[in-house]
Design a protein around this ligand. Structure first.
Ligand SMILES: Nc1ncnc2c1ncn2[C@@H]1O[C@H](COP(=O)(O)OP(=O)(O)OP(=O)(O)O)[C@@H](O)[C@H]1O
Length: 230
């Protein structure tokens, strides 16, 4: 198995005036290519903080983070955003689509930032929207879609650049159970096709579907359960 992510003794301390919050305490984790990991735990235990650090949206106070053999500590701001663009897809609970852009334009964004030629963008966006069953809505605006459809578009945007790592924060949190189940089935299918997925969820039903489950408590890894490989 090939390690995609290695974090060692990550700590994150938020300081606001005199108040310090130790959001992550000595968290160490290896994520192999092709895994599907669910991170759960009660509110405030550090799930989103961990995902933001994995997604290079935030930096740890100390500790090491290697992604695809890159030591992320030594990256400057521009290098971090380039590594993020190339290696990471991020799906947010609130979709974070841009309302003034069409579905096609939203999904095209990561490739435009990379300077991909427009002919290649068109092919990749159409292929990715077909993979999430949203080909019929290319020219719609996000506000004209249901929540489940918006989340599928957000997943297409996260995957269009073939990232190594798909990070998903409460993907079903804003969806009813039918749409939530459909998004979960899609993530499992994408994982079967090779995507490495790390998903934060409150929903025990969905975390049980992951191959590996990590429960955080007060910023520490409390338990880890791994499905036996047959
Ligand atoms: N920007 C910030 N400044 C100060 N404290 C913060 C900040 N972000 C998070 N925290 C604190 O760090 C701790 C971990 O927060 P985090 O958002 O990672 O938890 P979580 O497990 O994702 O919670 P939830 O399930 O409610 O989203 C909490 O105590 C939170 O109050």
């Amino acid at each position: 198995m090939t390690a995609l992510v290695t974090i060692n003794n990550i700590n994150k301390v938020y300081s606001k005036g005199q108040v310090k919050t130790h959001a992550l305490q000595d968290v160490s984790l290896t994520i192999n290519k092709g895994e599907f990991i669910a991170i759960s735990g009660s509110s405030g235990c550090g799930k989103s903080t961990l995902l933001s650090i994995l997604g290079l949206l935030d930096t740890p106070t100390d500790g090491d983070y290697q992604l695809a053999n890159i030591d992320t500590h030594s990256l400057n701001v521009d290098q971090r955003s380039s590594v993020r663009n190339k290696h990471i897809g991020y799906v947010f609970q609130s979709f974070n689509l841009i309302d003034s852009l069409t579905v096609f334009e939203n999904v095209a964004l990561p490739l435009e930032h990379r300077g991909t030629p427009s002919k290649d963008i068109k092919a990749a966006v159409e292929q990715q929207l077909a993979a999430v069953n949203m080909s019929a809505r290319l020219h719609h605006k996000p506000s004209q879609l249901s929540g489940g459809q918006q989340q599928r578009v957000a997943i297409a945007r996260a995957l269009v650049g073939n990232p190594d790592l798909l990070l998903v924060d409460e993907p079903t949190g804003n969806l009813d159970s039918q749409n939530g189940d459909a998004v979960m089935r899609l993530l499992l299918e994408l994982n079967k096709q090779g995507a490495t997925v790390v998903m934060v969820t409150h929903d025990e039903r969905y975390s049980q579907m992951a191959q590996r489950q990590i429960r955080l408590f007060d910023g520490k890894v409390l338990v880890e359960h791994k499905e036996a490989v047959a």
